[in-house]
Design a binder for this molecule. Structure first.
Ligand SMILES: Cc1cc2nc3c(=O)[nH]c(=O)nc-3n(C[C@H](O)[C@H](O)[C@H](O)COP(=O)(O)OP(=O)(O)OC[C@H]3O[C@@H](n4cnc5c(N)ncnc54)[C@H](O)[C@@H]3O)c2cc1C
Length: 430
């Protein structure tokens, strides 16, 4: 296993501590045949499996560790639309027509999450409260105005809010400049969303296995044969949805992104008078600082914050202390409160900052590189992959399908992000 990959199981996260039961119990110990093999039990793989099974396709999903072990069980739970980059950037990178299709496909991704949650009665605490990208100073507001304009141009129902509204929504003395409000966005318990997707896929007939890493994938008798430690699956087509956590036989996918870490801290449930005074309508917030920080308050009144970096070894205290100081600055009402949970996760970053769907071999597709925004996009891509496989027609797939792309200088760039953020946190910069 690469030293980039987290060795921890994610069990210290708030999400694990408040998780619903994992519906998947079995390991692959047999030989199976399926139309489609899905590798990876995060949103991309689970949404693919669910949408394939809904259409009567026989599908087997293999997860190396446990459902939601990767980014899908560790993230900040902001169900946002589109991608981090502005629509114009996407068009520049992909070309006018392909970029526009891409932008349109992800413009309303929270609506798909919401539809799935409602249709399958998922217990993942989806709160359709909206999110706000808040400016931390006047200069940052200018770039948000441009982003908002571009999003509105592609039809997104977002709006600028002024400083007074930003302050009322956040109850932070810092967020007083304004921001972009997306009323269609939401917050969610991310691990429970992954487990609920797994439950729904199984109810539709998909067979899911965990602790079943694929170790080999070879062509045999005009089909793909994947082997695990104790079993094998033969399938006509394969979706490799291992993304930033790619391990074992999906090594190529790992090398298609640069690993960047994000950590999160969650307080104990705050006293009622404090909890009701912070982000009072429970929007999800993320800001424009160089050390981007997100904040939300969950149903139990816990303040949950995230920023760049990995909590490991000597870095843990430096980063956690920085987060405490940042919290006291943003939300002085919480001064003195301790963190109850702290955890980190890994995102896959691409040079273009745009996700890629790669064709690794005939019949083997691998989406990866959500650059830190994958709840909506992973759900949407899974749905489109399923439709494309069922129809056999790639023309309707709204994302470019590329050949394998390997990121250059991964170790150096990963180190740059890691130590760059650490230095800033050590120096108390934001
Ligand atoms: C800390 C953090 C905060 C984030 N915050 C947000 C947010 O607020 N909003 C948002 O939209 N996105 C956010 N993201 C991004 C989002 O979580 C990811 O983009 C998304 O979860 C990716 O889903 P996935 O299914 O593609 O990959 P993953 O969820 O990473 O799943 C990949 C799975 O593949 C499995 N696997 C690997 N190798 C093998 C193998 N050989 N055989 C079988 N299985 C294998 C792994 O164990 C893993 O479970 C955040 C990410 C992190 C880490």
């Amino acid at each position: 296993m690469s030293d980039y990959l987290p060795q921890d199981t994610g069990e210290q996260s708030l999400w694990s501590a408040t998780a619903i039961a994992n519906p998947v119990e079995q390991r692959l110990q047999q030989s199976l045949q399926a139309d489609v093999l899905v590798v990876g039990g995060g949103y991309t793989g689970l949404s693919s499996a669910l949408h394939l099974a809904e259409q009567g396709v026989s599908v087997v999903l293999l997860e190396a560790k446990s459902i939601g072990f990767g980014g899908s069980g560790r993230n900040a739970g902001l169900v946002n639309a589109s991608v981090w980059q502005n629509p114009d950037h996407v068009r520049r990178e992909l070309g006018e027509e392909a970029g526009e299709r891409f932008n349109q496909a992800l413009r309303d991704s929270p609506a798909l999450v919401s539809e799935l949650v409602n249709r399958y009665q998922m217990k993942c605490n989806l709160q359709p409260v909206g999110t706000v990208n808040v400016a931390h100073n006047a200069a940052a507001l200018k770039s948000l105005e441009e982003r908002c304009r571009q999003l509105q141009e592609i039809g997104a129902a977002v709006e600028m809010i002024d400083g007074e509204s930003a302050q009322a929504i956040s109850a932070s003395p810092v967020y007083r400049h304004g921001g972009i409000h997306d009323p269609g966005a939401a917050t969610i318990q991310p691990l429970n969303y992954a487990r609920s997707l797994a439950r729904a896929a199984m109810d539709q007939g998909a067979q899911l296995f965990q602790e079943s890493a694929i170790e080999d994938l070879v062509r045999k008798n005009d089909r793909w044969l994947a082997t695990t430690a104790q079993g094998e699956v033969s399938a006509e087509q394969v979706i490799i949805a291992t993304n930033a956590y790619a391990d074992g036989n999906s090594q190529q996918v790992r090398e298609s992104t640069v690993p960047v870490f994000i950590f999160q801290c969650a307080t104990r449930p705050l006293p009622d008078d404090v909890a009701s005074g912070i982000i009072p309508e429970r929007h999800g917030l993320w800001d424009t600082q160089l050390m981007l920080t997100s904040s939300r308050v969950d149903g139990d009144g816990r303040l949950i914050m995230s920023s760049a970096g990995r909590l490991r070894g000597f870095q843990r205290n430096i980063r956690a202390n920085w987060m405490t100081r940042t919290r006291d600055w943003l939300f002085p009402q919480t001064r003195g409160v301790e963190w109850e949970y702290q955890w980190s996760g890994q995102v896959g970053v691409t040079r273009s900052r745009i996700l890629r769907v790669q064709l690794l071999a005939p019949g083997v597709l691998a989406p990866a590189g959500y650059n830190g925004r994958g709840i909506g996009p992973g759900s949407v891509i899974g749905k489109h992959l399923a439709q494309t496989i069922v129809s056999g027609n790639r023309d309707d797939f709204p994302f470019p399908i590329e050949a394998l792309y390997l990121e250059k200088s991964r170790a150096a760039r990963a180190g740059y992000y890691s130590y760059g953020t650490l230095a800033m946190q050590l120096l108390g910069r934001r």
